[in-house]
Design a protein around this ligand. Sequence first.
Ligand SMILES: [Zn+2]
Length: 447
Amino acid sequence: MMQAFISQQIVTPSAIRPGAVLVDDGRITGICNEVEIPPGHRRIDHPGALLPGLVDSHIHINEPGRTEWEGFATATRAAAAGGYTTLIDMPLNCSPATTAVAALEAKRAASQGKCLVDWAAWGGVSNHNAEDLEPLAHAGVRGFKCFLAEPGIDSFSRVNEAELRTALPHLARTGLPLLVHAELPEPLDRAARNLTGADWRRYETWLRSRPDDAEVEAIRLMIRLCREFNFHLHIVHLATAQALDDLRQARTEGLPVTVETCPHYLHFAAEEIPDGSTLHKCAPPIRSAENREQLWEALRDGAIDLIATDHSPCSPNMKRIEEGNFATAWGGISSVSVALPVVWTAMRQRGFSLCDLARLMSQQPAQLAGLTGKKGQIAEGYDADFAVFDPDAKIIVTKEQLHTRHQISPYLGERLYGTVIATYLRGVPVLTEGQFAESAPGREIPA
Ligand SMILES: [Zn+2]
């Protein structure tokens, strides 16, 4: 089927232009002026900007094994509602963790017939699976994730430097990126020793328990290992601006280092988080307003490459909302359905354009996952994945807009700009005017 998607604001990597995006059999064949649409194309004309479907390179779908937290059906529905058309699933919180090929196969089986959008998998590097990395790469993972601090979940262990030194030669041979949760245990332990008797209902206690140093020291270790083993190092969910100088320096040196941050670090600020509000708990933690502005500057100058959600839901009781205890609440923020208006609202205030948004939330995450040429841009040859977005609509976030398994999120009640009018996956509408497709056209992206 041939389609022509008409918009006054087609967001391409280089410019925003009016016209029509031509699509044949789910793939973009060109962009032209509206009067030049060749015969035989079905016209699709929504009001709003036409963005490339967003790509989330950091999401926890949690299936198989913890589908009561989220799962493929609800995660991909929430993604479609949020303008995302591609999700790269983290190797943990699902069970089994994706640290061997059999676990990847179990995830594939669990996804069958449930997905509204496309997905792919990251593999995991734990303290015992160096020999599994190359088989996982051959089986189709897009890269690997490891933790330097305890991930706080069974069946996925952190790695220390010695264990990394065993794994890195295998990883480097795959040519795939290593995504690192960069907090080191020693600075966290030092912080914990100073917190005996602290009030864990206070946000400040949580913040002090995860100091900037833990991130900075971890990033310095990883940069040293990157220099030595020559692999693509990607720092996930950077929260501290204090590591930016080291990261800029590594780039100047020519090391293959990329960096992401997340909507919650760009939207919230520690000073404004109420005590007891465990919905805001994540690690590393949301830091000061001043730190937040430095992250924005790094997005502006390219020191941070991309924005990924780190959507990490759990059952509501695990957030200990009544109790408000930051020590015992599960860490993780649910955001995939609202990340687009959250980030766009902050971008408007700071003079960023929809081109910047498309680069940071679609093009660069696709590149990290090795999907350039397929996903992340409105350009010839790419999949016809689109988010039709009204950038001027004013919204207040309600439970009905979340579409996740559990309707809890720190964004409830936030006043934002922007709403997703429709989402298309390879030319197929998966969300139009609040209605989801009844079919499940999403699939794992072939290697
Ligand atoms: Zn995560």
